[in-house]
Design a protein around this ligand. Structure first.
Ligand code: 5GP
Length: 179
């Protein structure tokens, strides 16, 4: 285990098993629709790569890059779009792929932003759900793991741009970000 990690919350094997299950579920739901999976960079890149490969149906992939103002460990909900979608989503079935939903403010912004373009449907697939912290009423259609209110890294999630390449989800040692 990496020296900055306090403990592993979700192992590599648990991630593989869950992502493969979610991919099959999405394939069953979307096989007639050629959906567009929309990931929020950078956090969802690794989840997206594994999820789409576990979902053996025709689908398109697109990414948005958003930056939310706030401290390094808490988002403020004020979101700035750094990269928008490359394709038109009108009348398409959109699945937002999120690494983690915390307060829900970023996701709520994304849903509003994409809804304005009149897709046929919008659903949300989140790997991690920190439900205790939710301050907005957003619906998660597919959830990998509910997790407690702790700051986690790995499998795409960073702290100061590090730890994204850890193959598991771990709790960062609090002294590394508390000060
Ligand atoms: P929300 O807008 O739902 O409060 O925050 C969502 C964003 O905050 C996530 O996309 C992620 O960038 C960041 N975030 C929230 N909780 C965590 C966490 O435990 N670890 C990491 N690395 N980022 C988090």
């Amino acid at each position: 285990m990496h020296q900055d990690i306090d403990r592993i919350l979700i192992t590599q094997e648990q991630l593989q098993e869950k992502v493969s299950e979610m991919g099959k579920q999405l394939a069953a739901e979307y096989h007639r629709h050629t959906p567009i999976f929309v990931g929020a960079l950078n956090g969802s890149a690794i989840f997206m790569a594994d999820l789409t490969r576990a979902c053996p149906i025709p689908l398109a992939l697109d990414f948005m890059a958003v930056s939310s103002y706030g401290s390094a460990t808490r988002s403020s909900g004020v979101v700035r779009i750094l990269k928008d979608l490359d394709r038109n989503i009108e009348d398409r079935h959109v699945l937002i792929v999120e690494d983690i939903v915390d307060t829900g403010l970023t996701l709520s912004y994304l849903i509003d932003h994409l809804s304005a373009r009149h897709p046929a449907s919008i659903k949300v697939c989140a790997l991690l759900d920190k439900h205790e912290r939710r301050t907005t009423d957003v619906r998660l259609d597919y959830v990998g793991f509910p997790i407690p209110d702790e700051f986690v890294v790995g499998y795409g999630l960073d702290y100061n741009d590090l730890y994204r390449n850890l193959p598991y989800i771990g709790v960062l040692k609090p002294h590394l970000y508390a000060g």
